[in-house]
Design a protein around this ligand. Structure first.
Ligand code: ZN
Length: 330
């Protein structure tokens, strides 16, 4: 896995918190039992004594067999007395055992020589929570993308129905996300508002995060705000700017063309796009603008740099959000 460092750090903190919570609960239960049932404490003291004695005798290495057998029996008797005392006082026999979120690794994150599945899941979950619009990310997967909002009537100008075209785009993006980073090109999604560009962008993001890639997603205004702040505000330190924007395995720039275009944003965007191309790192753009409109907003140099290096995915259809709103399914 190659998420950014802060993801691993946050996941580790969450794991530590789980363990601390389990310890705290165990201590609380212990105090509760101790106040109501002193026999349990007496049995535990006996068990601790037997354990210490067993170690001492093993270290001395003399005449050990009989003493070990006797101490082991004494310890077992104490355990039985502890269990009985708990039950008699109305507690479950395992009431004093630590309650871990993951009983396999006892919330340590490792199991034998391997990372435990719970820890890997926690890292993935943390990576997803760190994405802008994490709530939307949950809903937007390939599985939840419905083609039924796209007409199956052939479009005479295209020779195919919008549904067929969107089905091909969906299949292409699924394959892109499954085979990434092998041969992954930059992509640009073109099409009017509400045709599923953000949904499918996030579906790619979802899958790549599941597969352990460092993906950064934000709108063009969000990304340019961040670059602007970093550039102009001397008191502001953005430690993750490089990892997120310049070095991420995939950068997703949603809603290109909705940002305020200034000479700074033009040059910052060009530098970002160019640097990623030179480093062989793909970018996924989406925009409501046509190539001609993009060129009118940005320089011809930037527009042709983007369009010249991207596979173009032209979306067709009628505003899905409006259709869903009419159906009351939003
Ligand atoms: Zn575990």
């Amino acid at each position: 896995m190659a998420y950014k460092r802060s993801v691993y750090q946050k996941a580790k903190e969450a794991l530590d918190a789980r363990r601390a919570q389990a310890d705290q609960l165990q201590q609380l239960r212990h105090a509760e039992v101790a106040s109501r049932c002193p026999a349990v404490l007496e049995a535990e003291r006996e068990m601790a004594f037997c354990g210490a004695e067993l170690i001492r005798i093993a270290c001395q290495g003399e005449n050990t067999q009989e003493q070990i057998a006797a101490l082991s029996q004494r310890s077992l008797d104490a355990q039985a007395r502890r269990a009985n005392a708990l039950t008699e006082a109305g507690f479950a026999p395992d009431y004093l055992d630590a309650v871990y979120t993951c009983p396999v690794c006892k919330d340590t994150g490792t199991h034998g020589n391997y990372y435990c599945k719970c820890y890997l899941d926690l890292i993935r979950q943390t990576a997803k929570e760190s994405i802008k619009g994490a709530a939307q990310l949950k809903k937007c997967t390939f599985e939840t993308f419905s083609l039924r909002y796209y007409s199956d009537m052939p479009d005479p100008a295209l020779g195919r129905s919008h549904r067929q075209i969107m089905s091909s785009i969906c299949a292409y993006l699924r394959s892109y996300a499954e085979t990434f980073p092998k041969g992954a090109k930059s992509l640009i999604m073109l099409g009017k508002t509400g045709l599923g560009k953000t949904h499918l962008s996030l579906a790619v993001v979802n899958r790549l995060l599941d597969r352990g890639f460092n993906v950064y997603y934000d709108s063009a205004p969000g990304i340019l705000d961040r670059l602007e702040k970093d550039h102009f505000n001397r008191n502001y330190q953005d430690d993750e700017l490089q990892e997120d924007l310049y070095k991420s395995d995939l950068l997703v720039i949603d809603d290109l063309g909705t940002e305020m275009v200034t000479s700074f944003t033009l040059s910052a965007l060009y530098q970002l796009v160019n640097e990623r191309i030179n480093d062989g790192l793909p970018t996924l753009f989406s925009t409501n603008l046509t190539p001609a409109e993009l060129e009118a907003i940005y320089s011809q140099r930037l527009t042709s740099r983007i369009l010249g290096t991207c596979d173009i995915l032209q979306f067709y259809g009628k505003d899905v959000r409006q259709q869903k709103a009419r159906e009351g399914t939003v």
